[in-house]
Design a protein around this ligand. Sequence first.
Ligand code: TXA
Ligand code: MG
Length: 381
Amino acid sequence: MTPMTRTDEKTGGAADGFAENKAKNTVVIKLSRDDPDPEKLKYCAEVIKKGGLVCFPTETVYGLGANAFDSEAVKNIFIAKGRPADNPLIVHIAGYDMLNIICRGGEEQRKRIALLGNAYWPGPLTMIADRDPAVPDEVSCGLPTVGIRMPDNKIALELIRLSGVPIAAPSANLSGKPSPSKAEHVIKDLFGRVDVIIDGGDCRVGVESTVLDITGDVPAILRPGAVTLEDVIKVLGKGELPDWKKAPKKGETPRSPGMKYTHYSPDAEVRIYDGSDIGGIRAFIEKEAEKEAGNGKKVGIFTTKEGAGAYDEKRFTVVYAGTRDDLLTVTHLLYGALRDFDKKGVDVVLAEAFPQTGVGNALMNRLYRAAGGCVIDIGGN
Ligand code: TXA
Ligand code: MG
């Protein structure tokens, strides 16, 4: 399947195949997260049934959805977001009845889905399992597997239920941009490219789900998220988190195609500063910031409340994203902060590194990709 024609370096071969003369009359519908208007939801479900594109909130990030069994609608997802044609989509389900029509996994896979589903569904966990041939090739880009997730958001679950079909959905951003954790991010990226954008408020988690491959002997996390390696091991007794910094060797097929792209990038250049002494890191960043500002650059700094007083707020755009004591909050605020830096015209973002434990893996993974792998280790004392 090649819905795109031109190539684009940043997205690794995708292109913005979307023709401006095909701009859609996007309808923005505001819905309460806890008590969504059923009539408005029915309208959105009709759009899905007719092969249209609906952006909807989940607890992780917003999704850009279409009927997972409608190949044409699925192709339109790739066009709307300029997504590389070899990056498969996650299929969202509202209940276990939908599992049987998309998953062909044997006894072991089913057992793992039941155990993990019981613990973390609905929730921020995508499981990669064997695909039933009923799921079109376009969804999985020809892979024999399919990503499955039951999102923890009433609007999302009701939309899937009323549509009567599983919904295939990537994050609702233009390819290469940070995933949207607020409706305004979706509107900025996709207005005119989709039929409906549901505004259901801010996403609770704020980064994408954990992607866990359950097809192998040892279940492997292909993309870290709010469900951590420790969580997986607690339920299944085993699991691994392969080093996501390692790029696949030439000719080697990555296990999760999405991870090879320089995803999650804001327009600003991002650099991460790591080391064993946070005080030293802050002093180093402040000096770097002065240097960059001296070169005429507008500088942004990504820190937490513990960094208060370390940076010159009058000269630099400093974002205090929660506290180091609660990395889930920092993770939750990351994408919004990256988009805000762009909005403020920041040229270069200097970010403090975070410990890679628990959800810190998800945080550092997204920060690392936003930085295109640029980590400066300043050592320690
Ligand atoms: O939280 C989320 O996962 C959000 C919400 C909307 O559910 N969705 C999301 O989708 O982040 P997307 O398309 O932006 O990322 C899906 C990731 C990609 O890295 C993709 O390569 C991987 O999951 N993936 C999907 N199907 C796969 C498969 N069959 N095998 C390996 N990786 C797969
Ligand atoms: Mg995405």
